[in-house]
Write a protein that binds this ligand. Sequence first.
Ligand code: UT7
Length: 327
Amino acid sequence: MSKISAAITAVFGYAPEDKLTNQDLEKMVDTNDEWILSRTGIKERRIQKEGATSDMGVKIMEGLLAKRGISPNEIDLVICTTATPDYVFPATANVICDKIGAKNAWGYDLSAACSGFIYGLTTGAQFIQTGMYKKVVVIGIDKMSSIIDYQDRATCIIFGDGGGAVLLEPNQEGLGFQDAILRSDGAGRQFLVMKAGGSAKPASRETVENREHFVYQEGKTVFKFAVTNMAETAAEVMERNNLTADDVAWLVPHQANKRIIDATADRCGMPAEKVMVNIEHYGNTTNGTIPLCLWEWEDKLKKGDKLILAAFGGGFTWGAVYLTWAY
Ligand code: UT7
């Protein structure tokens, strides 16, 4: 019997309609379009005005299932990768399953900040490869606007809301998930963190007054680690699989900063025309960036295309996935 691989058989993305442009931000904090664009590559982000992360998840799941022509009851497992869950508990995956009526699925949230989607994809693929499940959904989604301090010009210019999902199914042709290099280093937690609201520092009047329920980031430090580590693991997974830039059809980088994307592409020797970049329109949607890219580029993807996905995020977490496109 040939080995079962875990292939992406459908992708769907969603970003709310409301836009927060650089011009809007100029009216809110001391910043300007030129600074934001040159330092990050971002022009606008989407903001979910009403509803929770799970509500975007529902739209994504419904789109994904309709596209593949399957019912919610056929889903075995939902892995929701998010930094902005509806609640500390229960898991947003459970909420989404309830809202779409996925009665036979179980699910869980996976917390790895901006690397969540590649962690989730790797995890989900194992359930397919072992033969345990036939239909696994990996959602990467965030309502970053719910944890952003719109008085902090160093973070509010970066993040936006949105995300996407992929359906993983067994493949007999060897297509789909091939390899991953995933890393983490908890010593980096102090540089990108939401300081309060967890068991380390439960919510109190003081934590609210100190604005500790928002994203805290030491941008320069995170930037330095991101550039090095995201680029290195992307190059490493290519080398380990004997891939040159000519072999790879697309680099799909986490969209945190256009300069980090460019550095990763350079390290991998990938020309700009083979790098998915949509940061201009969405900003950094954290867990959402990679599936949003796959969704937007789906029309250009061909069966057998080799893709390298790479990410870096809070934790620190980082890594790269090598997969082949299956349709
Ligand atoms: O996705 C998860 C991982 N996160 C990331 O990968 C983000 C990594 N970090 C970054 O992308 C960048 O560090 C930022 C975009 C956050 C900041 O860019 P930077 O080039 O590292 O700027 P900086 O923090 O070194 O600040 C440079 C200057 C400072 O002024 P002084 O000290 O030189 O006078 C800042 O106060 O720019 C100032 N500044 C701003 N000016 C206008 C900081 N934010 C702004 C702003 N508008 N929004």
